[in-house]
Structures are given as structure tokens and as C-alpha cells.
Design a protein around this ligand. Structure first.
Ligand SMILES: *Cc1c(COP(=O)(O)O)cnc(C)c1O
Length: 380
């Protein structure tokens, strides 16, 4: 027997009850049976985003929703600020450029979130900026950005829209679209929503609609205007990924049952446990403001990533994510996003200890497991 365990920040493990729901014979998307499911999803997805705005379901990966929030919003030669502190922030800049906008970059070292002052200064220098593109939880570095504070400061001085990649924050880290006055928030299905890849969700404020309605149509499949028109009759403009919609609806019921505040709290506990466990082993985190969805851990001096990763994967069945770009081979990332509990995290630290021992790293045996278990025990 060999048991495989996924600890990656997308795809994330899918609960067994959802897998079973998705194993049913396919139904047709214009049937009343599907429409009922989609209506229920459309109601519950608002709870996940903490919004009264419409949330549109796109059949694409998360990047499709990122593309929709540029293509529908930014006209040619319009300015938009984006924060490049990792791979996903950088993607905002590439998208703005692709659609003919003028990207204004806030460049950060990986692991450092942008400050509110930096963004405010840039807006003052560029009062014609149309939108600020942020990454709430930067998955490549495991870093969280204070979008609440940035949104507040920006709205006080500008009409620019606040557009948030919430792909590893929605369903993991506190995010209140309406209370925080965010204009567009998006996520993908294979992250906090705990279902396989293939769907993206994008919530759009009234302020954002004003801008979208003045912007030239430059996308067909990802047109938010078409999505809005279809949603008015409880539909999607194109054939949706029916099976995934059924899965998402189940996941949202689970989320509602647990309660969003409890989910944020659970992610905090799991993340804190992992942070305490890896630090007890003498390892260091990359991020100065770590995300509760994912922990980026620097490879210890003298340990080769490839050997470490292969031992973890082939001897213990555990898949973690490696580093990207400049951090390739220099870090590993443990996900605690979605369908995880405390025992999963203790197992993760345990497997990490076995693996580190096998690759020759020196540490006090059981110090990581003891630290994480004590944290959970002492904070019941
Ligand atoms: C996973 C991820 C994406 C990309 O999503 P895809 O589903 O791969 O298109 C974008 N942003 C963040 C923060 C992510 O974690």
C-alpha cells in the first residue's frame, strides 16, 4: 500500500463527499435540475465572497478570471497599477500589457507585501490611474497583502478600482468584499473551494460595472457583460463545466455549514502550527507577512531540493510545491489551503522530519512534531 497526500496550493485535496457527487451521470445544463443547482450555487457563492454583488462562474482556470478583470475593465492606453512581489502579481502586469493598458509596477522583493503609502504615492503621481491590481495571498512567496487598508486609502483619494486576486485567499483568509469596498474579487475552483481545477469565480461591484460599461468589448468568451445577461435568467453564456458546478455547489454547502469565520480561524491554526513546526526544526520562512493558506520554507543550507523533494514524494507519498523563478530549488511550499485538519498538519511535519533525516539535515528528532502538537494541545 502507498498512500498519496497532496500538500500543494492548487490543486488541493477534494472531500470524498464531493468526489461522489461529481461521479454521477452527466445532466444537461438547460434542464431544471441543473438550474436549481446553479441557483443554489449563485446564492452561496456570495456568502463565500461576503458580498451582495453578483458573482459570475466562468469555465476556465483562475487566470481566466484574472484575464476577464483586465480585458473588460482596461481600455487601450489606460493606466493601471499592479504589485509585482511574486509570480502571480507579475501576471497582472503581463495581462495589462496584453490588453494595451499601461502597467505601473510596484516592485517588491518576494516575501514583502506592498505598503499602503507606496500605492497612495503612485496614485498621487498618476491621478488618471483606472485600477489597482492586487494579489491578496501571493502563492509563490506565501505572503499576504493588507487589501483592506489599501482599498480604504485608495477610495479616499481616487476613483480607481480595487481589483483583487483572491485565488488563495477566498475561503482561507478573512476577506469581506462589501465591507472592505473591493471592486472585483476573483478565485479559482482548485484552491480554497476544494474541487478540481476548471472553474473561476469573479465578483463585480457597482463601481466596477460603471467602468466596464464604458470599456470597449475586447473579449468574447470572457465577456462580463454576456455573463451578466445570462445570469439574469440563471444561466451561463456558454456550456459550463457542469460536473464542477455540481461539485462547487456541494463545497459551498460544506463551507456554509462550517461557517466562514470558523474556516478563517481553522486556516490560521493550521498555518500557525506549520510555522511553529518548521521553525522548531531550525528552518526559516521566506515571507515577512506569511499567508495562512501557504507556507514558503527556505531550503536549509547544503540540502539539495531535488533529493529532498523526491524523498518526500516517493518514500512518503507527499507532494509539496517547489520554488518558482529565482527561488527554484531554494524553497518548498506547504499548503494548508482547503480540506485539511490538524492531524494532516502533524503528519506533514512528521514526514518532513523523516525526509530531512534521510537527506542528512541535522536537528533534534521529534522537535518539529512536538512543537506543532503542543501548539494544538495548548490552544484547544
Ligand atoms: C493558482 C493561482 C493563480 C492561477 O490560477 P490558475 O488556476 O493556474 O490559472 C493565480 N493567482 C494565484 C494567487 C494563485 O494561487
Amino acid at each position: 500500500m502507498f498512500k498519496k497526500r497532496l500538500f500543494t496550493p492548487g490543486p488541493t485535496p477534494v472531500p470524498e463527499s464531493i468526489l461522489l457527487k461529481m461521479a454521477q451521470p452527466i445532466i444537461h445544463h438547460r434542464n431544471p435540475e441543473f438550474k436549481e443547482i446553479f441557483a443554489e450555487l449563485n446564492k452561496n457563492i456570495k456568502y463565500l465572497f461576503q458580498t451582495e454583488n453578483d458573482v459570475f462562474t466562468l469555465t476556465s482556470s483562475g487566470t481566466g478570471a484574472m484575464e476577464a478583470s483586465v480585458a473588460n475593465v482596461i481600455d487601450e492606453n489606460e493606466k493601471a497599477i499592479f504589485v509585482n512581489g511574486g509570480k502571480f502579481g507579475e501576471r497582472w502586469g503581463q495581462l495589462i500589457k496584453t490588453f494595451g493598458g499601461i502597467p505601473i509596477e510596484v516592485k517588491k522583493n518576494w516575501g514583502e507585501p506592498p505598503t499602503t503609502d507606496e500605492i497612495v504615492e503612485l496614485i498621487k503621481a498618476n491621478p488618471d490611474v483606472k485600477a489597482i491590481y492586487l494579489t491578496h495571498s501571493e502563492t509563490s512567496s506565501g505572503t499576504v497583502t493588507d487589501v483592506k487598508e489599501i482599498a480604504k486609502a485608495v477610495h479616499e483619494i481616487s476613483d480607481a478600482l480595487i481589483i483583487v486576486d483572491g485565488i488563495t485567499s477566498v475561503g482561507a483568509i478573512e476577506l469581506k468584499m462589501d465591507e472592505w469596498d473591493l471592486d472585483i474579487v476573483l478565485t479559482g475552483s482548485q484552491k480554497g473551494l476544494m474541487i478540481p481545477p476548471g472553474l473561476a469565480f469573479i465578483a463585480v461591484s457597482e463601481r466596477a460595472w460603471k467602468k466596464i460599461n464604458q470599456t470597449e468589448n475586447r473579449t468574447f468568451y470572457l465577456s462580463l457583460k454576456k455573463a451578466k445577461k445570462a445570469l439574469e435568467s440563471g444561466d451561463t453564456p456558454w456550456t459550463p463545466a457542469i460536473t464542477l458546478v455540481i461539485g462547487a455547489n456541494e463545497a459551498l454547502k460544506m463551507i456554509k455549514n462550517e461557517g466562514i469565520e470558523n474556516i478563517w480561524q481553522r486556516h490560521f491554526r493550521l498555518a500557525e502550527g506549520i510555522r511553529i513546526g518548521v521553525k522548531a526544526l531550525g528552518l526559516n520562512l521566506l515571507s515577512k507577512n506569511p499567508s495562512n493558506a501557504i507556507t514558503a520554507v527556505l531550503m536549509p543550507e547544503g540540502i539539495e531540493f531535488k533529493k529532498f523533494n523526491e524523498t518526500l514524494k516517493y518514500e512518503f507519498g507527499i507532494t509539496v510545491a517547489g520554488g518558482q523563478e529565482n527561488y527554484k530549488g531554494k524553497l518548498f511550499r506547504i499548503s494548508h489551503l482547503g480540506y485539511y485538519d490538524e492531524l494532516d498538519m502533524i503528519s506533514m511535519i512528521s514526514a518532513l522530519e523523516f525526509t530531512l533525516k534521510k537527506v542528512g539535515y541535522k536537528f533534534e528528532p521529534a522537535s518539529g512534531v512536538s512543537a506543532i502538537q503542543n501548539y494544538f494541545l495548548l490552544n484547544l
